[in-house]
Design a protein around this ligand. Structure first.
Ligand SMILES: [Zn+2]
Length: 233
């Protein structure tokens, strides 16, 4: 793989996440309001990760307040990609142990997984969006980068995983292991293959979201998305 391509991959992995929300270019006021025909709601910030209806759903229609920040962010004891910034190494407390268990279990099977990007503040996501427009243009950014306030990374419940080659795609040992095993630790592949009509986001084998073991197992066994799960409740 040449260096340019590697760089593109690295940057793409950073900016893609929680993404593909095609929301237009204007600044969005995040309130219980309508934007370009879509209902945009403010999530109930007190229900972060309860099993069932209280599961926090963030997608192109459900945004978070600009000031929303989980109050119990911690850096888990896992290996991170060198380029990962300190802020984005944090997850909410409830995710720390399951994430450490997941990474350690993979390692026991000689699968080396690295944390890449977890919590991102509204401001960091905004910066990432701006940088992407500068580097890759408006069209690419609209297709691949979440607007600030509409990224699941702002919840602290999601993390992008990568591998030593920064090439985390289907068919690599690392991505396949994650897909097969993450539910055992309470995580789901949040944007599965072939479900972008429901999630609004293309397949992202690296982006996992904590929902708790019970819900993760159910979602895994049925091959559904978080949106579909919540619809059933
Ligand atoms: Zn992501």
């Amino acid at each position: 793989m040449n260096k340019g391509f590697k760089n593109i991959l690295a940057v793409s992995t950073i900016i893609i996440c929680g993404s593909l929300y095609i929301l237009g270019n204007n600044e969005i006021a995040i309130n219980n309001t309508r934007y370009k025909g879509m209902e945009i709601s403010l999530n109930d910030k007190t229900n972060v990760v309860e099993e069932g209806n209280g599961l926090l759903l963030v997608n192109s229609k459900l945004g978070l307040d600009t000031k929303y920040k989980p109050k119990d962010l911690e850096i888990p004891n896992i290996p991170f990609a060198n380029e990962s910034q300190t802020e984005e190494r944090q997850v909410t407390k409830i995710v720390v142990k399951p994430l450490e268990d997941l990474i350690n279990s993979a390692k026991a099977e000689e699968i080396i997984l690295l944390g890449n990007s977890a919590y991102r503040s509204y401001d960091l996501q905004k910066r990432i969006y701006k940088d992407s427009v500068k580097a890759y243009g408006k069209k690419y950014t609209e297709d691949y980068v979440a607007k600030a306030g509409f990224s699941e990374h702002q919840t602290g419940l999601a993390i992008d995983i990568t591998n030593e080659h920064r090439y985390f795609v289907k068919g690599t040992n690392e991505a396949d292991w994650l897909e097969k095993n993450c539910y055992k630790f309470g995580f789901i592949i949040r944007y599965p293959e072939g479900k972008n009509d429901i999630t609004g986001i293309a397949y992202e084998p690296w982006h996992i979201r904590y929902v708790g073991e019970q819900v993760a197992t159910y979602i895994h066994n049925k091959g559904i998305t978080l949106e579909e799960y919540l619809e059933e409740q």
